[in-house]
Design a protein around this ligand. Sequence first.
Ligand code: UFG
Length: 339
Amino acid sequence: MKAILVTGGLGYIGSHTVVELQIAGFKAVIIDDLSNTRVEVLEGIEAITGERPDLEILDLKEKESVTEFFEKHKTIEGVIHFAASKAVGESVENPLLYYENNVGTLVYLLKECRDRGINNFIFSSSCTVYGQPDILPITENAPVKPALSPYGNTKQISEEILADLCAVSDLRSIALRYFNPIGAHDSAMIGELPLGIPQNLVPYITQTAAGIREELSVFGDDYPTPDGSCIRDYIHIQDLAKAHVTALQRLINLENKANFEIFNIGTGKGSSVLEVISTFEQATGMKLNYKIVDRRPGDVTEVYADTNLANSELGWKAERSMAEALRSAWEWEKKVRNL
Ligand code: UFG
């Protein structure tokens, strides 16, 4: 059976994607360095699918280990590359770490793929490449704006590397530009495991509801939006995970229209921070403590996807609601905290 390498496969998006890959009949082989997750995630995956994926704990920066990995696993026919650092603030403080972790390792991985004739490559990109868009909803043709952080820049550079390589080789690649992934698997066997104080909205909300954080800070209510808070496109993690399987099948079945393709992966619907809070309260019956504070530097006002290309060309569509996603995030938080 041919196998798919999932780098960062024990992370938040990676683990949900491994589940969907297995359900679709693929064998998943994971590389993870455990820098931002726990090895127990493997048990969660196995509990859902009944199948334990292969795991190699290694750091993609160690080039020799990566080569050894491919020597050992000769049946890999595609790669889904998640492994990357993703904290915007940390990237500002330590840019070299981000360029090495996110760009350097991509180069090593692509060299191995080139040398071994592995031509199907899915890349984990981000709507961050659009910055504050001029036109909403954002299509894939919207200009890529100067990055606001080294993290954002690594995503832009990575897309350029892939485009350049696809132009001169047999590599076929799809970059998926994610909007805001939230929620957990329906089974509550896997979910997001932020270390320390969460930076993202939904884990902060669920930890506040669980009593771990006293109060959620809403970063600004004076934006030019209907209720003054920022607007994002929140997508259920299982919908996002399935998009990877669909994209991979497109490459394997040679259905791609160009060697490098880009798709927005969102719901197409924008929701404000205050709407997320009220939807969470309705969906879970919990009351959330929150206060309005100053804007967070670097936040864009409003971002949501035009998903027409993903719907028509990729044949993928988000199916789950934000309420479902928030309920699943809460079920997961309760499970993790034994509530
Ligand atoms: N927010 C709060 N309070 C919090 C956390 C977030 O009000 O405690 C607000 C933010 O201001 C923003 C919204 O909730 O308006 C969403 O914030 P997140 O941090 O959850 O998500 P972002 O849209 O800022 O971040 C996403 C991805 C990042 C990526 C970034 C680039 O999660 O990986 O977009 O813009 F880098």
